[in-house]
Ligand binder design. Sequence first.
Ligand SMILES: NC(=O)c1ccc[n+]([C@@H]2O[C@H](COP(=O)([O-])OP(=O)(O)OC[C@H]3O[C@@H](n4cnc5c(N)ncnc54)[C@H](OP(=O)(O)O)[C@@H]3O)[C@@H](O)[C@H]2O)c1
Ligand SMILES: *[C@@H]1O[C@H](CO)[C@@H](O)[C@H](O)[C@H]1NC(C)=O
Length: 361
Amino acid sequence: MAPLPVFRVALLVSFSVFLTVVLGFGLPALLNAVMRILGLPETSVTECIVLLYLAFVLYMATPRIPRGLVEVEGKAVFITGCDSGFGHALAKHLHKIGFTVFAGCFLKDNDGEGAKELEEFHSDRMKVVQLDVCSDKQVNQAVEFIKDNLEDSERGLWAVVNNAGVGAFGEVEFTSMETYKQVSEVNLWGTIRVTKAVLPLIRRAKGRVVNIASTFGRTGNNSWSPYCVSKYGVEAFSDCLRYEMKAWGVKVSILEPGNFVAATNIMTRDFIASTANKLWNEAPPDVKEDYGITHFERAMAQLRSSCSGGQKDVTPVLDDITDAITSQRPYTRYSPADPNWWVRVQLVTHLPSAISDRLYF
Ligand SMILES: NC(=O)c1ccc[n+]([C@@H]2O[C@H](COP(=O)([O-])OP(=O)(O)OC[C@H]3O[C@@H](n4cnc5c(N)ncnc54)[C@H](OP(=O)(O)O)[C@@H]3O)[C@@H](O)[C@H]2O)c1
Ligand SMILES: *[C@@H]1O[C@H](CO)[C@@H](O)[C@H](O)[C@H]1NC(C)=O
């Protein structure tokens, strides 16, 4: 169970108390006035609302309640994108707590450092497999390998974590169709391709599908459309799959991490610099002229600065993925993020856009 950070709890409590005060006094007064006009008794309205809001405050402020754990012994998990970042750390973490891990590595056959490090575990429960999520052939080979190496293939595969992904940025008019397609090829079609290939094994285990989306799977942003498009797609796919899998006893969870760029390889300085060059060089001349180099450089500077920030410790992400895999009742969505990112997602997804657009854009 991942503990809620103190700051986030404090924010939640103050927000809830604020709501309770506003709605607890304002709304009952209004409703009581209506009751008075209708000639009905007043007190019950106030009591009801106060009770409802107390329950709401409690719900918001209570740390995650333990919901029972599944037996880890003998269960296997398949993770994509284990060369670096979340995937690499997750492979080690799940191995440590007793799972058999099939770690898909993009660069296994190219002597990738991450793959080598996992192979050096020399453990029966750590199996590294070559995997490009864009290749039907490699995905099918990886699934065959899993089938052949499961302790008991009749029991199936307990979980798949679709983690492999690439970063991308650039304003719409600077981004080529090629880029849109390449990004979704990995982040979206890769997730769907792998999920479809392993579902028969997962269904057999009545297991779990965990898809790594992003806060950018719920909210858009200037300069992030190629990435947002792919991650909104992951959210849509996961929601539909969740409904379909209910009948099979398979649970589908979505991770929406905030900014952990400093802790992984997804947005390195080199990647930002080379992408910025490509965007400017490949933009149509009239777009360059209309937007201007000053505007472009300001946007790139803002990106660089936000990408040098972010959380440096991936523990909250690992804890949430582990909860999705090991809890008897996993959540549909997990949002490991800084409090300010988390609040922003809540406001942008719940307030009318007329209000949230003014707050953030
Ligand atoms: N870090 C964040 O702030 C953040 C926030 C929200 C969501 N996410 C998501 O979290 C996931 C993991 O990213 P990360 O931050 O840990 O970045 P990362 O360190 O770059 O890890 C991504 C992994 O995916 C692999 N990969 C890339 N293309 C692949 C392909 N075609 N087939 C198989 N594997 C491929 C990469 O391999 P190579 O290194 O060999 O290319 C790398 O190991 C991604 O889906 C990302 O979108 C990250
Ligand atoms: C949008 O992206 C920029 C970096 O380009 C970041 O600084 C900002 O916090 C993001 N805003 C939202 C609302 O996600």
